[in-house]
Ligand binder design. Structure first.
Ligand code: CAA
Length: 283
């Protein structure tokens, strides 16, 4: 089935990035969120980023305006009835995702692909809440989705190989991303390697071994990373970091994967990084 119309469930940081990427690729996007305020926030994020792309010379004004016309903003999930692919980028709460997938199951046409952008929930647990688990796979984008070139396509025990291939083909041929395929294991490829490193940086900061600025500067200048680990945690969101670290610890039970206490305390304190204006740095 050719994919020319997709649904995006959730217009937060990741959802709005994926909406923008797809709309720039001339894909019609039905962008859903739960209420008008969430839609307005998502729309402002996409429009702001499209303007930034124009300012950076990545897009001309015509391209920006055309991209904007490809997006239909809605608070009614049933508007996805014509979508050949739906990507869910809702908060990392299993019951919420199960509810969304159950609804999508009743809305999407036969043969449609149901993908989740989850970083921390086993995809099989989401898939088994539908009547078509063979149509469910992971499509994991990276933050910021407009800039990061990778998409991980994740197959569960029940994913039809043709579905994973179609999702990968869409990500690469239409969205212009590089795809890696992997199994439904906590962290997939990138987070399984990246998150333990980021947690080690938090633990190092917590012990007072070095300042946040020096840890970040060290990894930028000494290891060639585009941004330091603590700044990256702030960008990812410390709540997302905690969920992802917990999923790795739950899966493998290795002590070194346990989230550092400071990460838990910062999340409890509402210091989630850039999105709340405070994390390891102030914004
Ligand atoms: N639209 C299009 N292009 C844009 C853009 C936009 N809105 N905003 C920026 N860009 C482009 C810029 O033009 C620039 O392109 P060139 O290099 O071709 O000139 C490039 O993106 C970099 O932009 P900036 O100069 O503004 O910013 P920077 O150089 O400081 O880089 C960064 C910012 C891309 C975030 C970089 O620091 C980086 O790559 N950091 C690491 C990000 C990372 O690791 N992300 C993954 C997190 S893990 C995750 O997401 C998974 C999970 O589940 C937790």
């Amino acid at each position: 089935m050719a994919i020319d119309t997709i649904g995006l469930v959730g217009t937060g940081a990741m959802g709005s990035g994926i909406i923008e990427v797809a709309s720039k690729a001339e894909v019609a996007v039905v962008a859903y969120d739960i209420n008008a305020a969430a839609i307005e926030a998502g729309k402002a994020r996409v429009e702001g980023s499209l303007d930034k792309a124009v300012a950076r010379g990545k897009l001309d004004e015509t391209g920006r305006d055309q991209a904007a016309t490809k997006i239909t903003w809605t608070t009614d999930l049933a508007d996805m009835r014509g979508c050949q692919l739906a990507i869910e980028a809702a908060p990392e709460i299993l019951d919420l995702k199960l509810d969304i997938f159950k609804q999508l199951d009743g809305i999407l046409p036969e043969g449609a692909i149901m993908a989740t952008n989850t970083s921390s929930i086993p995809i099989i647990d989401i898939a088994m809440g539908t009547n078509r688990p063979e149509q469910v796979c992971g499509m994991h984008f990276f933050n910021p989705a407009t800039v990061m070139r990778l998409v991980e396509v994740i197959s569960t025990q029940r994913t039809d190989a043709a579905v994973a291939q179609a999702a990968a083909g869409f990500a690469s041929d239409v969205l212009g991303k590089r795809v890696v395929h992997c199994k439904d294991r906590a962290g997939f490829v990138v987070n399984a390697l990246l998150v333990p490193f980021l947690c080690q940086a938090i633990a190092m900061f917590e012990t007072g071994h070095a300042s946040a600025e020096d840890i970040d500067e060290a990894m930028k200048l000494g290891a060639g990373h585009p941004m330091g680990p603590l700044a990256l945690c702030d960008m990812i969101g410390l709540d997302v970091m905690l969920w992802t670290a917990e999923s790795l610890y739950d899966e493998y039970n290795e002590r070194f994967l346990a989230p550092p206490p400071l990460l838990r305390r910062m999340v409890s304190a509402g210091h989630l990084g850039r999105k709340t204006g405070k994390g390891f740095y102030d914004y």
